[in-house]
Design a protein around this ligand. Structure first.
Ligand code: BDP
Length: 727
């Protein structure tokens, strides 16, 4: 730490201080450590300052409620950073042009917009020029304070990207109602599948100490429109529902409230036994029902706007209604009944599969749930992972989307990269999310996209939701790496509007996170957009899946076999033998294809028509079958593994060229992580090639380098302390 002893009149100190100030001025980015996320508010180019200042220099905004004060503080902070001077807060728009914010209730100036606000709902906003008292004003108007805050973040986004405000005329409404992060955080501070350090929640010092970071977390989420957060792991500890922990959760809820972020909790189904001392957790038992009702009352007394429960039941060893011969609907409904009087929801997860069921794991969730359509209470949403297995680098969309028309289905994405290289691999998930959201279920004919199922528009559901398993921890970067912040960002933006493009979102994020200069935005966005396919290439090309190392899932493990359950092995999924590779899920195999609408099923079932990226997901294919490239399958597989490695090298080149255009500390860390990624991509390629070659005995295609080690070497690698392992 640098300390200066200051003595009045000391010329040397004055000189030193001057130099320091100058240094800070000429390299303001040198202190960048990622903490500020996309809310850095770095100065806009001098040519633009005056234009923005004349529109935004005078602000009329109420300051009576906590959210109104947050709005003013965000504007003050944002404009001070971006334009170099704080806005002047005025009592009325009289005089100069002004930015006028508020709701018809909070600002008399905005009362005339009441009618126009009819379409923006509870959280939407208008951001546009209008005439107030005979002069031009930019207004951010909403029904509720939170809409105004969202509008402010929108405006600041535009300024950060250097976009002109001329003719601005925006009307925004979130398409999805529940836009949630799911934290898989344990009470001991460990984050399951977390690669960004420990949990953000310091349960020990809560509720007495509210770490300022909680506020920054809420700000970041509000900037995206994320409006809820599940604080604890789906593999839940009943203690989260104890009075002491509920008070801690209530303290977080108090911090988050002004930012429109509601608190939810994962509920352990057996909590009535563990906490309540009951002999059963049978959902039809009157004492159990009563226990949940009382618990809900207790929670709402502490957290009046509590969101509700997330439940993982009868999945991977978690307790659930089936322990008592009851259905998932019976289980969900007892919790829903307890929450209903308070306005809470139950998010009941469909991620279920049982090791004692011989059925293809990819089919099990559908089999369990599809017959329960219509059996859930109105305040239940069934939360479905994007694909039928488990957050793989690529999966087809989950067959439940479109198959339960009477039940609102909430989409669950994983933001943390359990299966995509943890935090060190640069993989932008925007394209993965977009691919899923745009997938056409054909449930009601062509155009029945997953996005339309999830936003409720396909079946006119009032309730709709989307969740992302958070990649946030106490690492200074929040997400474990600079580029992983983009995945939090992309999730939030798509949760607001699932029809946006991943490329546009990446461009926004780069402009705000690194620089709005096109020389930066263009190459970085291209690199991000290609990064997911690159990871698919070196990890799971052509529809391979679940070929990861056992337990911690760090690195390749296509040889994983044996152990407690077949569906936790790799050989179960790739089924490679001397003749071919792939899981036959066609009508003559497990028939998983039949869970999709007829048009989709036909396409997936036909080896000639199935999209090649999903080939081995649905088909067992001979090694010598010619693919669309003209190469035999084996050659194509090796080609893709190698291409993946080459493409990481291309990312390294792109990044190297940006040296000097991106501040040095962040540039250095990204460069170092890309080196790790490159080496691990090579490891994935070599280990996979060595393993599959040991099965098929085929020679490598011409020009392909043999793996530098024998297969035994790859098998011998152990990583007992790999992060994020389940506990
Ligand atoms: C898998 C994770 C496991 C989670 C599980 C879940 O490996 O740690 O508990 O999903 O979603 O992806 O419940």
């Amino acid at each position: 730490m640098l300390t200066l002893t200051w003595r009045r009149g000391d010329g040397r100190c004055a000189f030193l201080a001057g130099m320091l100030a100058l240094l800070c001025y000429i390299s303001p980015a040198s202190a960048e450590d990622g903490y500020d996320l996309w809310l850095r508010y770095a100065p806009v180019g001098s040519s633009k300052v005056e234009g923005y200042r004349s529109a935004l220099g005078n602000v009329v905004a109420p300051d009576r409620t906590p959210t109104q004060r947050v709005v003013r503080e965000e504007l003050r902070r944002g404009l001070a950073g971006l334009l170099g001077s704080e806005p002047r807060f005025r009592a009325s728009p009289a005089g100069d042009a002004a930015l006028v914010l508020g709701t018809p209730a909070s600002s008399p100036w905005l009362a005339p917009l009441r009618h126009e606000l009819e379409g923006v709902g509870e959280e939407g906003y208008l951001l546009r020029w209008t005439r107030l008292d005979g002069r031009d004003a930019l207004v951010i108007a909403a029904h509720r304070d939170i809409g105004v805050l969202y509008g402010v973040f929108h405006l600041l986004r535009l300024v950060q990207a250097g976009v002109s405000l001329d003719g601005l005329d925006v009307s925004e409404v979130p398409r999805i109602k529940l836009r949630l992060l799911n934290h898989w955080d344990n009470l001991d501070g460990y984050v399951e599948r977390g690669y960004a350090g420990g949990s953000l929640w310091d349960w020990h010092t809560l509720p007495g100490w509210e770490d300022p970071r909680y506020t920054d977390y809420a700000r970041a989420n509000a900037s995206l429109g994320i409006n809820g957060t599940v604080l604890n792991n789906v593999n839940a500890n009943a203690l989260s529902f104890s009075p002491a922990y509920l008070r801690k959760a209530a303290a977080l809820a108090d911090v988050f409230r002004p930012y429109g972020v509601r608190v939810y909790l994962s509920a352990r189904f057996s909590a009535p036994m563990e906490l309540g001392g009951l002999a059963t957790a049978d959902p039809l038992d009157p004492d159990v029902r009563q226990w949940w009702r009382e618990k809900a009352r207790e929670i709402y007394a502490l957290i009046p706007d509590f969101g509700g429960f997330l439940v993982k039941a009868n999945s991977e060893g978690q307790p659930g209604p089936q322990d008592y011969g009851r259905t998932h609907a019976d289980g969900a409904n007892v919790l829903a009944d307890a929450l209903a009087p308070h306005g809470g929801v139950v998010m009941w997860r469909a991620f279920v599969y049982a090791h004692d069921v011989p059925e293809d794991r990819a089919k099990q969730a559908y089999n369990e749930f599809v017959g329960l359509d219509g059996a859930f209470r109105d305040n239940v949403v069934v939360q479905v992972k994007n694909g039928p297995i488990d957050f793989q680098p690529r999966e087809p969309f989950h067959p439940l989307f479109g198959a339960m028309p009477r039940t609102p289905l909430m989409l669950e994405f994983q933001i943390t990269k359990e299966y995509l290289g943890f935090a060190t691999h640069l993989v932008y998930l925007g394209p993965l999310y977009e691919e899923v959201l745009r997938a056409d279920t054909h449930a009601r004919g062509a155009g029945s996209t997953v996005a339309r199922v999830v936003d409720g528009s396909l079946e006119s559901h009032a309730l709709s939701g989307i969740a992302g398993v958070a990649n946030i921890g106490d690492d200074r970067t929040w997400s474990g790496s600079h580029f992983d912040q983009a995945n939090w960002y992309a999730f939030g933006r798509l949760a607001w509007n699932p029809y946006q493009s991943a490329r546009d979102i990446a461009a926004e994020w780069v402009a705000m996170t690194f620089s709005p200069a096109q020389e930066v935005v263009r190459p970085v966005v291209d690199m991000m957009m290609a990064s997911r396919e690159t990871a698919v290439d070196y990890m799971t090309p052509l529809g391979l899946h679940h070929v990861i190392a056992r337990g911690h899932h760090y690195g390749p493990g296509p040889w994983v076999d044996g152990g407690p359950r077949a569906d936790w092995t790799s050989v179960y999924y790739h089924r490679a033998d001397r003749d071919g590779i792939g899981f036959d899920r066609t009508a003559s195999g497990s028939d998983a294809v039949s869970q999709y609408a007829a048009d989709v099923a036909r396409e997936f079932n036909d080896v000639e028509r199935v999209p090649e990226p999903l080939l081995l997901w649905f088909h067992h294919v001979r090694w010598d079958r010619r693919l669309r490239s003209g190469r035999p399958l084996w050659d194509e597989l090796v080609h893709r593994y190698t291409r993946g490695v080459r493409n990481v090298e291309a990312m390294q080149v792109t990044w190297r060229r940006l040296e000097g255009r991106v501040d040095a500390p962040r540039h250095r860390q990204v460069a170092a992580f890309l080196r790790i990624q490159r080496d691990e991509a090579q490891w994935w390629r070599d280990a996979s090639v060595a393993y599959f070659q040991s099965i098929n005995g085929l020679p490598l295609p011409a020009g392909e380098a043999p793996p530098p080690h024998p297969l035994a070497y790859y098998l011998s690698l152990q990583f007992p302390y790999a992060p994020g392992d389940g506990r």
